[in-house]
Each structure stands twice: as structure tokens, then as C-alpha cells.
Design a protein around this ligand. Structure first.
Ligand SMILES: Cc1ncc(COP(=O)(O)OP(=O)(O)O)c(N)n1
Ligand SMILES: Cc1nc(C(=O)O)sc1CCOP(=O)(O)O
Ligand SMILES: [Mg+2]
Length: 212
């Protein structure tokens, strides 16, 4: 199964409605701290928007809602795996993406035969507090050797300028949150992402203060 190389993550169906018409073909809905019925409504709307635009929606965390709302893909972290029913996810025909941060987590993820594996944080992230320090690009290359043909997602502190380095190191997909959502012009930023991920040679040089 192939995934689009550009993988934005957003926290509402409104964001999905904004980004999908720009040409995004893979997007994650990552909602935290909302009541389940709000999450369900957001998932339902986001999935409908994505289906219409031939975009794959990935539902973060809420695998039961994803099954019930006839979604096509879920993302789970290691803590989520403790509670998840992988058999039910597979029986419902959902694709599965899993997080990994060290070798033990990677082994556990590989054992679940996921459709992609994410490694992070490749660079420091401001989105959430994590116990993991930045993994770096050598780790991306090491992970690609270990996951083989399973698509590898690079996440954490990724930017348009850093994306070419992650692809060169072995990532198949690059995922980003704040580089888009906190940008002064998110639509223009998404267009730059689409350009750099579909034409990897077009990588813009890193601006001052942000090493590639
Ligand atoms: C593509 C991608 N990679 C990693 C994560 C992180 O998942 P998790 O560790 O479960 O943390 P939360 O995102 O749930 O806070 C992700 N969501 N997507
Ligand atoms: C949600 C998430 N998971 C990560 C991991 O390493 O598993 S890093 C991350 C945050 C990514 O946000 P940004 O692109 O703004 O750094
Ligand atoms: Mg999670």
C-alpha cells in the first residue's frame, strides 16, 4: 500500500476542510481532550470530506469510533496499543499506522504488522511534551533499514526545509503539525509542502535560524 509522502496532522474537521481542497491526499485527525460525541462528529465530517476528495483520513487514537464511522485508517501509539483490539481494527478493514521511539517499541510495532511505522521526534517538537529527545537523521536511516518495505513516517519538528533531508535519510512520508497550523499562511505553507514532497529536488534552502 502506498501513502502520499506529505502527511499533515490537524485537530479539527475545519482544518481538514481547509487543507484537502489544496491537494492533500493523506491527513490525520488528532483530537485531544474533547468529549466522545464531539470526536465522533468531527471524525464523521472529516471522513466524508476526505472520501469526496480521494484523500485518506487517518483517525488518531479513537479506533472504535473509526470503526463505527466506517473510516479507512487509524494511528495508534504504544499506550494506545495497550487498549486497542487489533483484530477488530483489521476485521473492519482499517489500515493501521503505529508510533515508535526506540528499538523495543519498534519491535512491538513490527509484530503488529502495521501499514506504516512512524519514528519521532526526528527534531525537537513544540506540540507536546515528550520523554524522547530528538532522534536525528541517522536514526531515520537506521529505522528504514529495520522496517524494510513498510512505509516509514518521519515526525517531530519537521518543516518544508527539513523534509528533503528526511527523505534522503530514508523516510517515505513526512508528517507535520505546527509547521502548518502555526504558520502565518497555512495554505501557502501546504502548497510548499506539496511541492517539496512531490518534487523532492525542489527543496528550498533552510532559512536562517532553522538548520535543514
Ligand atoms: C504519524 C504519527 N506519528 C506519531 C504519532 C504519535 O502518536 P502517539 O504516540 O499515540 O501520541 P498522540 O499523537 O496520540 O499524542 C501520531 N499521532 N502520528
Ligand atoms: C504527535 C507527535 N508524535 C510525535 C512522535 O514522536 O511520536 S512528535 C509529534 C508532534 C509533531 O508535531 P510538530 O510537527 O509540530 O513537531
Ligand atoms: Mg495516541
Amino acid at each position: 500500500m502506498t501513502f502520499d509522502p506529505f502527511y499533515p496532522i490537524v485537530d479539527s474537521a475545519d482544518w481538514v476542510a481547509r487543507l484537502v481542497p489544496l491537494g492533500v491526499k493523506l491527513i490525520q485527525l488528532r483530537i485531544k481532550d474533547r468529549d466522545p460525541e464531539t470526536v465522533r462528529a468531527e471524525v464523521r465530517r472529516a471522513e466524508a470530506l476526505c472520501r469526496k476528495a480521494d484523500c485518506l483520513l487517518v483517525v488518531n487514537d479513537y479506533w472504535q469510533i473509526a470503526i463505527e464511522e466506517a473510516c479507512r485508517c487509524v494511528h495508534l501509539g504504544q499506550e494506545d496499543l495497550d487498549e486497542a483490539d487489533l483484530g477488530a481494527i483489521r476485521a473492519a478493514g482499517l489500515r493501521l499506522g503505529l508510533s515508535s521511539h526506540d528499538h523495543a517499541e519498534l519491535d512491538r510495532a513490527l509484530a503488529a504488522r502495521p501499514d506504516y511505522i512512524a519514528l519521532g521526534p526526528v527534531y525537537p517538537t513544540i506540540l507536546k511534551k515528550m520523554k524522547w529527545t530528538e532522534q536525528g537523521l541517522d536514526r531515520v536511516s537506521e529505522w528504514k533499514r529495520l522496517v524494510g518495505t513498510i512505509p516509514l513516517v518521519a515526525i517531530g519538528g519537521m518543516s518544508v526545509e527539513r523534509a528533503p533531508g528526511a527523505f534522503a535519510a530514508g523516510a517515505d512520508i513526512v508528517s507535520a503539525v505546527t509547521d502548518i497550523t502555526l504558520n502565518a499562511d497555512p495554505d501557502a505553507r501546504v502548497r510548499a509542502w506539496l511541492d517539496v514532497t512531490r518534487n523532492p529536488g525542489s527543496g528550498a534552502p533552510a532559512p536562517a535560524g532553522q538548520p535543514a
